[in-house]
Design a protein around this ligand. Sequence first.
Ligand SMILES: [Zn+2]
Length: 369
Amino acid sequence: MLRPVALVLLLLAPLRAFAVETLRIAIEDADGDVRVSGKGLAFGADTEDASFTAIPSGQATIRRRGAKLEVNGAPVVGDSVRFRAGAGATDDAGIPGDEPLKAGTAQVRGDVVVRTYRDGLQLINVIPLEDYLAAVLGSEMPVSFPPEALKAQAVAARTYALQKKLEAYSNAFHLGSSVLHQVYGGVNREDPRTRAAVEATRGQVLTYELAPIEAYFHASCGGRTESGLDALQRDLPYLQPVECPCGKLPASRWKATISDAEVKSALRHPAQGLRVSGRTSTRRVTRVTLGDGASMDGVELRRRLGYTRLKSLDFEVERTDHGYVFSGRGYGHGAGLCQWGAKALADGGRGYREILSHYYPGAELQQLY
Ligand SMILES: [Zn+2]
């Protein structure tokens, strides 16, 4: 039998062939022309060992003609073209540029691939994983959180991204724009504190039975995390309910007053008579029964009433004269790492390794590169 570390390395072997671990993120789809600009702009084929040709003006307009592409009016071979800024600054083939690129409406580090997609064009950011993490960390956790909490978040985000990459390994991109547009602010979201947390944990990922785990995280669990099965239909041994110190924080409590008119239009059922008819072992609502006898899934109820109003499924509901008051705890789905809990643990002197093993019991921290 292979030892765990050996097998993880085997699993990630294709990734390790390159000098730098990269991620491919779909950042934008475009109907018309696309503009890419940057200092020392160059273009080449979309491969790890491509050679790049300088564009002295530093600006490129990419136009689709049928199934072909043109760069500044000149046809190029293939259905995709890769751009890099800072050409000539490095001799290392395969390492995406460090100089920021402007592509469509985004400003990003790394390379940008423009490819034909459906009837138009698609922009994909090819970015070193560690740079990506430095950019997303500030969008996912307040940068004012203690360093050990930021490090725990960095490892969780790295693990999550690598797991998605393995899942979508042969696809044109690994992470889609729908989720990423919200969290991936590109270079504008970097901060020295997020950079430090990413560098301090460089190459570290959580694994279970030889593979990167599905490292879900959320803002606040309200006192007890939820199982992966109940929160996300992911029945995984390292996503089990654990106690969490965030429950003691006043900020984890919320209230939402919702009128009968709003309930009726959101649920498309009579407003009166709504009651909770099912809960998970951590008390989160799985089912509500409506006045006309119909019933609705808790997740669907939260979606319809709004994720920011019904911040979690851990709530009580009370009838008022013209509607309901929902009183709850926590913010988010509740599975995996609780960010406010990680902050509380770090404030209490716990290190990021302890924080991670608290929220992902049984997962192992491994140094992959
Ligand atoms: Zn918590």
